[in-house]
Design a protein around this ligand. Structure first.
Ligand SMILES: [Zn+2]
Length: 227
């Protein structure tokens, strides 16, 4: 199969294709499966389209074959970072119907953050120009629920689980004991924190990067943007 991106890079079909993109209207509507989204809005549009397929039961499982494995073997160029929970029901590649080489995925319990995690999220945008970071909270988050219970009862969780609860204390305080609200507040908090990141802030100001927050419904499969 002839790779369109390779042809575009080589300038072989650039004239014809780019003319087509211009007349077709928005870049998102003209994008094909082989064209990597290059702007924050194109990246979000691609994720939304994939999530729509997931919700509707019309997934295409793109980029999950040997040809794709060979294509990205020497170099990766993902178009988004998805920072989500470890929950087994919230696998980003599945809920956005993506494949190999499409996403950087960072996952922690309740998508709680610390410097190590921030470093992992920074890698794509800072080193490879990845245009989008999505912080993804989700319905019935066990980590947030356990943290809320621990904080409410003043009962420390065992091991390093207590660190997760500490990280969620601020969201707990501002949510009045409502776990679903706490999940959303925490997600927005993490977005705010990442937006202030030293490596992210200049890229955001230049329009090269967006950091957005979203909420995943385990019941419906739908991702809804929060911020
Ligand atoms: Zn969770």
């Amino acid at each position: 199969m002839i790779n369109r991106r390779v042809l575009l890079r080589a300038g072989i079909v650039a004239g014809g294709l780019l003319a087509g993109v211009t007349t077709a209207g928005s870049a998102a509507s003209a994008r094909t499966a082989d064209q990597r989204p290059s702007t924050p809005d194109e990246a979000w549009a691609a994720l939304r389209e994939g999530n729509r397929r997931w919700v509707d039961g019309t997934t295409t499982h793109p980029h999950q074959d040997a040809a794709r494995r060979r294509e990205v073997a020497q170099k990766q160029d993902p178009y988004a970072v998805v920072f989500s929970c470890i929950d087994s029901r919230v696998a980003p590649e599945l809920v956005f119907d993506t494949g190999l080489g499409d996403l950087f995925v960072v996952r922690t319990a309740g998508q709680t953050i610390d410097p190590l995690v921030t470093g992992a999220a920074e890698y794509g945008p800072a080193e490879l120009g990845t245009p989008l970071v999505v912080v993804l909270g989700h319905q019935r988050c066990g980590a947030v629920t356990a943290a809320a219970e621990s904080l409410r009862k003043h009962k420390k969780l065992p091991g390093e689980l207590s660190t997760i609860a500490s990280s969620l204390r601020s969201a707990y305080t501002r949510s009045g004991g409502d776990v679903d609200k706490m999940i959303r507040v925490n997600t927005v908090d993490v977005v705010s924190r990442l937006k202030k990141d030293k490596l992210f802030a200049p890229r955001i100001a230049q329009g090269k990067l967006k950091v957005i927050g979203a909420y995943y419904s385990i019941d419906t499969g739908e991702v809804t943007r929060l911020v």
